[in-house]
Design a protein around this ligand. Structure first.
Ligand code: BDR
Ligand code: CA
Length: 336
């Protein structure tokens, strides 16, 4: 049965835009299965000031200035991260893409209060997709455990069963705030566990878009075309830094799993985040062994292990190409 407007799943995205965060937000805007209730921002790829400004501009590009953007944490919980991700996302976070300013202003409540108010006021349980460092989510869990426990689902882009991307051991989002990731993934401390899905590099690097997909986007109408240049930059930096010829749209893959549950194959696992200060800081130790009581502790998280790369790419390309830009909001055009 086709989902009607009334049955749209309520969704909030916590993010740090970020080129692939941009794709994630636009994918949610282009997906009738979900209703995007708001965006909360966090420092990560670039500063909080930039991630918030980018989120506002991305929504304006999609003609969705009605969606609130609530800024959250400007730094990790305990230890400031040694660096941001300008090498990959550029100084401004959008790989040099200049989007017109938005008329909308950040929600004065801030991320954690926004999350609390939204979960409290929404009759249906809310799905939260976290595609940046987990600082805001950890604070929400700590301050509002009863409300956090009402979430329908938490989908996280972060971590890796195998190698990292920012260090040999760690993926960027977890590495940027390992203490927050520990709180959310290893020891949530909520009155009721939130069904949590962790989508890491093992899935997002194997479902990356190809250079040919990039050409398809470039030829498409609307927002798909706007994404082509930042995606090209993303591809160039992945080639330079990791030697991979891919457009890894990590965050959009996590949003796709929230939009179309089951897009990613998962396995239950116990995830332990390394919060030590050594070379493994930010590593996610993912224990996929069956729970026989002797080998493993109880699973806490469903971890993404595989997905059909072409199916993911088709969904992303179709949806991102279908979303029109609001007149006057495209890059290089003057904002009204
Ligand atoms: C993650 O790190 C960020 O650079 C991306 O936006 C994504 O959320 C991938 O490791
Ligand atoms: Ca991100």
């Amino acid at each position: 049965m086709t989902e009607s407007h009334q049955t749209r799943r309520p969704l909030v995205i916590d993010c740090d835009p970020g080129i692939d965060d941009m794709a994630a937000i636009l994918l949610a805007c282009a997906s009738p299965e979900v209703e995007l209730l708001g965006i909360t921002t966090v420092a990560g790829n670039v500063s909080l000031e930039h991630t918030t400004r980018n989120a506002l501009r991305i929504l304006a590009l999609a003609g969705r200035q009605d969606i609130p953007v609530a800024p959250g944490a400007a730094r990790p919980l305990v230890i400031p991260a040694p660096r941001r991700s300008q090498t990959i996302h550029g100084d401004d976070g959008l790989g040099g893409l200049v989007l017109p300013d938005s008329d909308a202003r950040p929600d004065p409540r801030g991320a954690v209060e926004f999350l609390a108010a939204t979960v409290r006021a929404t009759p249906e349980p809310v799905t939260l997709v976290a595609v940046g460092p987990l600082t805001n989510v950890a604070l929400f869990y700590a301050l509002y455990p009863d409300l956090a426990a009402r979430l329908a689902r938490l989908v996280v882009m972060g971590g890796s069963i195998g190698a990292g991307n920012v260090t040999p051991a760690a993926e960027f989002n977890v590495w940027h705030d390992p203490e927050a990731a520990y709180r959310v993934l290893t020891a949530p401390g909520l009155p009721r566990p939130v069904p949590t899905t962790l989508i890491g590099l093992d899935v997002t690097l194997t479902t990356a878009l190809t250079p040919a997909d990039l050409d398809t986007l470039r030829r498409s109408d609307g927002i798909g075309r706007v994404l082509a240049d930042p995606f090209q930059r993303y591809l160039d930096s992945y080639r330079r830094v990791l030697g991979l010829e891919v457009v890894a749209v990590h965050d959009a893959v996590a949003v796709l799993e929230a939009v179309l549950p089951g897009s990613i194959q998962v396995q239950p696992a116990r995830v332990t985040v390394d919060t030590t200060l050594g070379p493994s800081r930010g590593n996610t130790a993912v224990d996929l062994r069956a729970e026989d009581g002797a080998t493993a502790e109880p699973s806490t998280v469903q971890v993404g292990v595989a997905a059909d790369p072409r199916a993911i790419a088709e969904h992303l390309l179709t949806r991102l190409s279908s979303l029109p830009t609001r007149p006057g909001s495209g890059p290089g055009e003057s904002a009204q």
